[in-house]
Design a protein around this ligand. Sequence first.
Ligand code: KG4
Ligand code: ZN
Length: 348
Amino acid sequence: RTDPLVLGIETSCDETGIGIVRGTTLLANVIASSMDEHARYGGVVPEVAARAHLEEMSPAITAALDEAGIRLDEIDAVAVTSGPGLAGALMVGVGAAKALAIALDKPIYAVNHLVGHVGADVLATGQDGASEPLQYPTIALLVSGGHTSLLLVRDLTGDVELLGETIDDAAGEAFDKVARVLGLPYPGGPHIDRLAAQGNPKAIRFPRGLTLPKDMAKHRYDFSFSGLKTAVARWVEKAQDAGEEVPVADVAASFREAVVDVLLGKAIAACADHGVPRLLLGGGVVANARVRELAAERCAAAGIELRIPPLSLCTDNGAMIAALGAQLIMAGNEPSSLDFGADSTLPV
Ligand code: KG4
Ligand code: ZN
């Protein structure tokens, strides 16, 4: 049988992502972001995101079909993110996907956004330096402005276990909040990253959330970044109150080190505990230079294969959703019945 031609729709946050794949081959990956509209609010505004998805949906689908060089009626199936994410934003994608499936009389696959991030790797084989498809089981560390999760993936199409996640802020959110404290524009992650390159990561010892023995007992694979954010804000305030000039590069570097140290520390521990010599990274924070550097360093030291798909497949996109849909079809999974909803807290 031929590889399925799948159109994927992703609208869990501020990116309207439409992807088209044929089996494991990427044909189109169109992303329309409403980030500009959220910037002045200093964070993603759910209703603004939902309205933007509604406006961008049809143009993005048309652009993706153009990019793939196919007609809409050629697709074999539709895949869509049904959660987790912003409820109103998800509903726009789910509604559009159902409309396509009904009009074309094609099967629909409702998929989990986090598992979609893992699915991105099948499209990256050959692009990320890895010539072989990702083997399972694998540990996946997914870090963005909306989520910070550690998954144990035994089988992409049927056996994914959530090991842990943030109990407060997502790591990207912490970057954005600390950037605000330092007077940097939103989203602040890239700005902190650039500033940090000129600072000393050992200048200030900021707290590493949920790493003390008493916390590790219950939260071995969970993350917490809100205490760190508060610690940075207090430190900066104190310096300002004392009339000192804030060493912003050192603060940025020390903060970045605290976040990245915890992210990789817990991910590597998950690999070791489960005897899994593979780590896949996903989410927008993967753009961070220190994340990439420390991941490479620690994985090499521990004999762990590190997979980092190209950034266009790490940030939220429709291609990863289409890729997961194609994997589900090729593994013989039944399509979803048309009565599924949008679930902002959908478990993996
Ligand atoms: O996956 P993504 O594009 O989408 C959402 O979460 O919606 O991730 C965006 C997040 C933002 O919080 C942004 O500040 C952060 O990823 N980010 C970074 C870097 N680039 C983006 N954080 C740290 N360092 C970076 N270089
Ligand atoms: Zn995501």
